[in-house]
Unconditional design. Structure first.
Length: 309
């Protein structure tokens, strides 16, 4: 029995030494890698850490903090409607798919489109997300499939043609205060989903129930293929709301009717991808009113879609 216990201890010691020496376990300086295996080179291209999301997705957020955009006298926080991003998901041993959204001034659109196309990244949509904003901003949706490093390099080169600031490393990891000047708990209860506070904005991301694919490849909801709803406080229990509903063609009419009947303006309706199944359309919206009242309208509209509860 003593010999068996001795052999078990020796085996455990060898295993722990192997794990400590594993290249996946540590990076230089003994720090744990912030990226799942295989994404470190992509992080190196962008020059900052991505957010690790469900189903192996890594997302690089590049908010346009350099822009000062107003709608109806309200200055838009980057987290409400100025969030550029690129998300990557494995599509094979050495391949990946990328989807994303770049926020651009009108003079940046042409050069950025050319840089993306020259680098093998497709332009899948070009349109507005807001209405009546000043200065005018446009949104390019992009997609691609291939070597993730080359795709990242093309996107990085395109973003470099804009004044988008490079995100700085996040420190501390402290949870941001949820005190936004309106009843966040009531809004979350109405929405039926937990929200996340970031950059002074309350975010909801609601995936659809059905399996989604793009060009035959599985597309996790965290690749941007769901409904996004954001609340920015504007004082006295009010909030500005923006985002987009992800809908099949049958859902467009019912969702639009609920929004417009309750004072929420539909500001854009379009696709974000070229070959998605099911075919999805995205309706962007805007309002500035009592946050709880707006939440009730948004929940009623959400219930008209095949979204997860």
């Amino acid at each position: 029995m003593k010999l068996i216990r001795w052999l078990m201890l020796l085996s455990a010691l060898c295993l722990s030494q192997q794990l400590a020496a594993s290249p996946q376990a540590k990076t230089k300086g003994g720090q744990k890698s912030s990226a799942p295996a295989g994404w470190k080179e992509v992080e190196d291209v962008f020059g900052f850490s991505g957010d690790n999301l469900p189903e192996g997705v890594i997302r690089f957020n590049m908010p346009r903090k350099d822009l000062h955009v107003t709608v109806g006298g309200t200055e838009i926080k980057p987290g409400l409607a100025l969030g550029a991003w690129a998300a990557f998901h494995r599509a094979g041993n050495n391949d990946a798919m990328v989807m994303g959204d770049l926020v651009l001034t009108e003079d940046e659109v042409g050069p950025v489109m050319k840089a993306l196309q020259d680098g093998g990244v497709e332009i899948t949509a070009l349109h507005n997300h807001l209405i009546g904003e000043s200065p005018r901003v446009m949104y390019i949706h992009m997609g691609g499939h291939g070597d993730p490093v080359k795709l990242a390099q093309a996107i990085k080169q395109a973003v470099a043609l804009t004044k988008t600031p490079i995100p700085q490393p996040r420190g501390g990891g402290a949870k941001e205060s949820a005190d936004l000047g309106f009843d966040v708990a009531a809004v979350e209860k109405i929405m039926g989903h937990p929200g996340k506070v970031s950059g002074g904005v309350l975010h909801f991301n609601v995936p659809r129930k059905e399996k989604l694919t793009e060009e035959g490849m599985d597309t996790p909801p965290s690749m941007g293929a769901g409904t996004s709803i954001n609340f920015q406080p504007t004082g006295d229990g009010r909030a500005a709301i923006a985002g987009d509903f992800a809908m099949t063609w049958k859902e467009v009419g019912p969702v639009m009717e609920i929004l417009q009947d309750n004072g929420v303006q539909a500001v854009a309706l379009h696709s974000h991808a070229l070959n998605d199944v099911p075919r999805l359309f995205y309706m962007h919206f805007w309002a500035n009113d009592d946050a709880v009242k707006l939440a009730k309208t948004l929940r009623s509209a959400l219930d008209k879609t095949n979204s997860k509860r």
